[in-house]
Design a protein around this ligand. Structure first.
Ligand code: NAD
Length: 395
């Protein structure tokens, strides 16, 4: 079939297999061009490995330090005549490239929150890898079925305490408008913490620890975001921010566990705001990203997921110098986003943005290009007018 983008709100309901493969290859090429990461990890588990920061982490581990990788993800498989979600194609493309390069790669498609997937991964590590050097926890999910109670918790992106009104953009239609989001209830806050907080990360580390699958000195990292004040009501001080506080709590608990295991460590890396499937669902944030991209590209400091993760691995986790932590014990690869020159410029542009000047004062065009790339569209060398087979089996 001929596969074209079909955008519905902040999601594209189609994905292009060859385009996704070309996107994965671009990321692999970046990591290879940066050269080997000396002392990098050799056996890596990535939870949330098919898209965004998790996929970039897996590619960096494999092609930067020759790691054997296991990836856990939740995607809709392809069917006859119906494309999969893009992470399905990304994972196939990654696995093919890794195996071609002589690297072990194994995939677990299912619910990372479940006891069953954890058990499958534990058994596979025992059988294939023995132990793990690095666990990357990069889930972004709208819901979690609790493994003990069976209750389904849904995360929400809402402010806390009072309604929040700010500018937002419909990235597809290019319309800037004002949005008011009502505050979350106590139950919604608790549910968001249950889904996006640190409990599941702890359960993963507990399962691996109990089975003695963490190599001495093993490390673990999970990802967070802080961002500028203009987004704080909806992000840092909102429901998702409460979940991220819980992730930080979990980081400290896991750090103690890993420290006792041959002086390993666990920490949070605060990453840059980027176009991903998850960030595009947050009100207000896409407008901020469109302004940020314009400013960082002009300054020559713009990075995508792969540049961020390659830098995190090569300069922080496995860098030649000791990793640098902020006052809260977090690594900051959002450093270039947060410099005062950039943030002062965002503050100046923000009140001036309208539907009419959107193209001129923001990089909405770059936002759209990146958004389409997430689904495998707009990649060089791919013929989008040609027939392509959407049904691709997982390897
Ligand atoms: P993403 O949407 O690109 O990827 C999410 C991944 O989680 C996918 O691989 C998906 O398959 C997997 N997943 C979701 N639910 C799952 C489930 N139940 N079981 C197994 N796998 C599941 O997300 P992202 O933007 O890369 O976010 C990853 C992490 O990085 C999150 O913690 C997010 O808060 C953080 N982060 C994102 C940004 C940003 O701007 N995008 C910035 C800083 C930090």
């Amino acid at each position: 079939m001929i596969i074209k983008p079909k955008i519905r709100g902040f999601i594209c309901v189609t994905a292009h297999p060859e385009g996704c493969a070309a996107h994965v290859q671009e990321w692999i090429n970046h990591v290879k061009a940066k050269g080997p990461i000396a002392n990098g990890p050799k056996r890596v588990l990535v939870v949330g490995s098919s898209m965004g920061y998790g996929l970039a982490s897996r590619i960096t581990a494999a092609f930067g330090s020759g790691a054997a990788t296991m990836g856990v993800f939740f995607e809709r498989p392809s069917e006859e005549g119906r494309p999969a979600t893009p992470g399905w194609y990304n994972s196939i493309a990654f696995t093919q490239a890794a195996r071609k390069a002589g690297l072990y790669a194994r995939n677990f498609m299912g619910d990372a929150f479940s006891v069953d997937i954890k058990r499958q991964v534990v058994e596979a590590i025992k059988a294939d890898l023995g132990q793990i050097d690095l666990v990357v926890y990069s889930l972004a999910s709208p819901r979690r079925t609790h493994p003990v109670t069976g209750a389904v918790h849904k995360s929400v992106l809402k402010p806390i305490g009072a309604p929040y009104t700010n500018k937002t953009v419909d990235t597809d239609r290019g319309v800037v408008s004002e949005v008011t989001i009502e505050p979350a209830s106590e139950a919604e806050i608790a549910d968001t913490v249950t889904v996006m907080g640190g409990q599941d990360w702890e359960l993963w580390m507990q399962a691996l620890g109990e089975a003695k699958l963490l190599a001495p000195g093993a490390q673990s990292v999970a990802y967070s975001y802080i961002g500028p004040e203009v987004t704080w009501d909806i992000y840092k001080n909102g429901t998702i921010g409460m979940a991220k506080n819980d992730l930080e709590r979990a980081a400290k608990a896991i750090n103690a566990q890993l420290k006792a295991n041959g002086n390993g460590r666990a920490f949070i890396s605060v990453n840059k705001a980027l176009v991903t499937q998850s960030s595009s669902a947050i009100p207000v944030v896409p407008l901020y990203i469109a302004i940020l991209y314009k400013l960082m590209k002009a300054r020559g400091t713009h990075e995508g997921c792969i540049e961020q993760m390659q830098r995190l691995f090569a300069q922080q986790i496995y860098g030649p110098k000791a990793a640098t932590f902020d006052d809260g014990g977090r690594v900051r690869v959002d450093d270039l986003e947060m410099i005062p020159e950039i943030q002062n410029a965002v503050r100046q542009i923000w009140p001036t943005v309208t539907t009419e000047n959107l193209e001129a004062v923001t990089d909405i065009a770059g936002y759209r290009t990146e958004f389409l790339k997430l689904f495998g569209f707009g990649l060089a060398g791919v013929n989008y007018d040609a027939e392509t087979e959407p049904h691709v089996p997982m390897n």
